[in-house]
Design a protein around this ligand. Sequence first.
Ligand SMILES: Cc1cc2nc3c(=O)[nH]c(=O)nc-3n(C[C@H](O)[C@H](O)[C@H](O)COP(=O)(O)O)c2cc1C
Length: 165
Amino acid sequence: MKTLVAYMTQTGNTKKIAEAIYDEIAGEKDIKDIKDLTNFEGYDLVFVGFPVLQFNVPENVSKFVKENVAGKGIAFFMTHGVPEGFEAIKSWTGSLKDIAAKGNLLGTFECQGEIAQHVLDMLEKSDDPEMKAFAALGPAAKGQPDESHLQKAKEFAKEIQAKVQ
Ligand SMILES: Cc1cc2nc3c(=O)[nH]c(=O)nc-3n(C[C@H](O)[C@H](O)[C@H](O)COP(=O)(O)O)c2cc1C
């Protein structure tokens, strides 16, 4: 059993979760930025992490997974500016089942992540009340993911591994 933790990150939040998951994995393992990967060859189980961007799974992540997931166990982890359980996350990431369709989707982990200041500034300036409402979520996201979220990510890693052993 060889496991890969692959992640995309712009400001480091998703990388923190990736490292927590990686620490918890038993057996042979690697951790890589998705942009340094060409495929998932040699791995039985892949954890794939990304930030939610513009109400969606980033295009490079969905494309890469679709092209390489066949026959692999896969678990997703994501960070987003809104609080965990925020209703719209389901529609923003509803495509994950399709993205993983050729593999064996084992689970998904989500966690709030601090929102970059330039994004908050842009949201605040927007005329759209929905965007302004997102900006108001900024302070609550500050400092996330914190230690308790990293612990939850470790628990997730354990649960996923237990499913494939
Ligand atoms: C361009 C951009 C778009 C974003 N869009 C969303 C979004 O649609 N929903 C959301 O909850 N967070 C959104 N965020 C916030 C990020 O998902 C969040 O800060 C995440 O933790 C960043 O992860 P990273 O540090 O690994 O890049 C956006 C951030 C950026 C920079």
